[in-house]
Design a protein around this ligand. Structure first.
Ligand code: FAD
Length: 286
């Protein structure tokens, strides 16, 4: 029998909207802890240092109250070098030494403060030059980033990014594993050798998918759209279908040697728990 590879297992959460009860995220974290993740990453609304407060607060809770590894997202669009140094110091003060270094999305409308960084790779080079002892993750796009003209151009840019000092990549969500496998083959052919965690999002309602497709530039396979259109009005069925689809994707990825699974939890610990129960033996977490 071949030796089993240790598969990474991690989650993404996001700060609840101001109107939501902030304590809901702490209940979510308590539940996610039971699912044994390698880390929990916390998103950060791009566009300036004033957005960081909730990210810092939640990353602090992940790291210090719940004793899990926190990965704090850091989108650099609109930030100055000084903003980034201040932000890194905040993370250091709370013992968070893992970040996901991002550019952030350019706003469709509205004024945006000009910052000191153009690409995530500029942020990563800047951070590496500070000699901080940080683990740095970055994003990658199996179906290409929406601004890149070609997949080849996007891969060249990914190579620049990884060579600027990345320890691991986390992928954009995708619904067809074929895209991911093709992507990984090209990534390795470019001599990009860091681990790549596959981003999986369980879709449990149709509104969620419409938003994701427009935001993330991902294609939906026919198998997926068929069930969505057939059961979109049936909440209970959609929950089961979303979980089953994600489990199916994950098992196939693991069978094909994926480095790790990064689950976009949508702050829903019940869905994460159902998926964990279905795959815990497959990822060797029992
Ligand atoms: P980059 O790596 O800078 O790439 C952006 C574009 O520029 C690409 O088209 C790339 O090909 C091109 N490019 C890159 N480097 C170069 C270069 N050196 N020269 C020329 N072109 C270049 N957004 C948030 O605001 N907050 C979050 O918390 C957040 N979390 C995310 C988590 C994950 C796992 C992912 C996949 C995305 C996340 N995003 C988040 C969204 C992300 O900010 C957007 O997708 C953004 O448009 C690109 O960010 P990036 O870091 O990949 O940018």
């Amino acid at each position: 029998m071949s030796e089993e590879k240790k598969v990474g297992w991690s989650f993404e959460v996001f700060p609840p909207k101001r109107t939501a009860n902030i304590s809901s995220i702490y209940m979510t974290l308590a539940e996610l802890k039971k699912l044994n993740p390698d880390f929990i990453s916390v998103t950060y609304g791009a566009g300036g240092s004033e957005n960081c407060q909730a990210t810092v607060e939640i990353a602090n809770a992940v790291q210090n109250n719940y004793q899990m590894n926190a990965v704090a997202h850091l989108p650099c669009i609109g930030l100055t070098r000084q903003d980034v140094l201040e932000q890194l110091n905040r993370f250091r003060e709370i013992g968070v030494n893992r970040i996901l270094a991002l550019r952030g999305d350019k706003p469709v409308s509205g004024e945006f403060k000009q910052g000191d960084f153009e690409h995530a790779s500029d942020l990563i080079s800047f951070i590496r030059a500070q000699n901080y002892d940080l683990q740095i993750y970055a994003a990658c796009y199996p179906e290409k980033h929406y601004e890149a003209k070609t997949a080849e151009e996007d891969l060249d840019n990914l190579k620049i990014k990884v060579d600027s000092g990345v320890d691991g990549l986390v992928s954009q969500l995708f619904f067809s594993n074929t895209y991911f496998y093709d992507f990984i083959e090209k990534v390795r052919a470019k001599n990009i050798n860091v681990p790549v965690e596959a981003g999986i999002m369980p879709v449990i309602n149709c509104k969620q998918i419409e938003r994701m497709v427009s935001l993330c530039n991902v294609k939906l396979p026919k198998k997926f759209t068929d069930v969505m259109s057939r059961f979109s009005d049936n909440k209970e069925a959609m929950l089961e279908i979303g979980i089953a689809y994600a489990v199916d994707q994950i098992i196939d990825l693991i069978a094909n040697g994926v480095d790790g699974i990064h689950l976009y939890t949508m702050n829903n610990p019940n869905v994460a728990n159902r998926i964990y129960e279905a795959i815990k033996h497959v990822i060797g977490r029992v």
